[in-house]
Ligand binder design. Sequence first.
Ligand code: SAM
Length: 480
Amino acid sequence: MYNPKSLKADEFINDEEIRATLAYAEENKNNVELIEQILEKARPKKTDSGCHCEGLTHREASVLLACEIPEMVEKMYEVAEEIKLAFYGNRIVLFAPLYLSNYCVNGCLYCPYHTTNKHIPRKKLTQEEVRAEVIALQDQGHKRLAIEAGEDPVNNPIEYILECINTIYSVHHKNGDIRRVNVNIAATTVENYRKLKEAGIGTYILFQETYHKESYERLHPTGPKHNYAYHTEAMDRAMEGGIDDVGLGVLFGLEMYKYEFAGLIMHAEHLEAVHGVGPHTISVPRVKRADDIDPDTFDNSIPDETFEKIAACIRIAVPYTGMIVSTRENEAVRSKMLKIGISQVSGGSRTSVGGYTEKERPHDTEQFDVSDERSLDEVVRWLMEEGHIPSFCTACYRAGRTGDRFMSLCKNGQILNCCHPNALMTLSEYLEDYASSETKELGYKIIEKELNRIPTEKVRKIAEENIVAIKNSNRRDFRF
Ligand code: SAM
């Protein structure tokens, strides 16, 4: 039976409830009056302390996703953009993935690291190699990483992951350092989550891949990942282990997207109902061509327009979550997605083990094809040309604004009061240390304009003073 507060996977992601939701959405997909009501409910409302957004239930959100009336879809994009600007402004946070090891004991049918792929070279970084990769990433300008590894208790035990995290935080090369390490490793125990928390991780990210249990079991025929309940209940264990920022995601293209979407929103509702805090981020990866994998074999591969609509509907339904799109997507898709809800993108990414220190591409350990192959500098410049502010800020995490503390600030629209100036200060650091002259010139024009948008004079003055100090190589490491 459906119960969002239950800790059992098949009760909070209940198949019967998803099917009833899809039927309800289908019945109402042309009900313009209802769709307008839902969109009105979703719109951000001004409050004394800032701004508030109610979000939507999985049933309401599924009606929006099912609707194909062009004017209504256009309105959805408008509301998604309004929400994005109200809570996240025009900042876009940048990060890069760091692949530690592709040893894996699972049999995931869509992933080239599956255990029966005998021709892919297996590689695991030594601590010296981790250091070299981190230096290469710092030389690009990155401050925030997502570490990635296959599941292998012998080759990549939790001790190895913890050692790598420690190494990553210990590298301070020139003006560089990695200030936030997010972790994307397989579902594990409460005890291991506690160890990750103690190691100082940011967000724990785990993609559900698919919420459809039967497909899940078929797509994960062997290995520990085969256990649907253990995988689906992982975020509850992570929270029990003290990690309060968790990141959800579906690998779009594996199953029917409407089913996945309803499951994803129900998962967010479940986290909020049980732990009082929803997902810190939602990622929207799409299955890609990779060694030994052809995405065309996945019947549910979805076209760009549908993919963009899904992103807009997630933005509307879960307004306070950060949304991530990776370099699996090309420039054109990323451009549209940024407008309608994405708040974090990767740039200059390599999806291979040791890829940042290897010169030639493609690399033989690559997990999937990267569609956006531009350098971080090019991505930063492009973001600014498109009207966004690239941000390298990690202040929330360092100031303890995680979990429900982050969410309550975000819910009141307060995040903008510190994130905007922080974004400008960290952008200025990037421009001084890593940018090309073209990017630097554009960057300071944008900073000048954006400083004037800071509403509180005192905050604006402090930000201006700090940017002058950064330009004069007199850094104070100050953040709001
Ligand atoms: N091994 C861990 C696990 O099982 O969750 C984590 C990391 S794996 C390196 C990161 C993610 O890459 C997976 O969760 C999956 O969604 C995604 N992925 C795997 N194969 C892919 C493909 N062919 N195209 C796009 N994404 C893929």
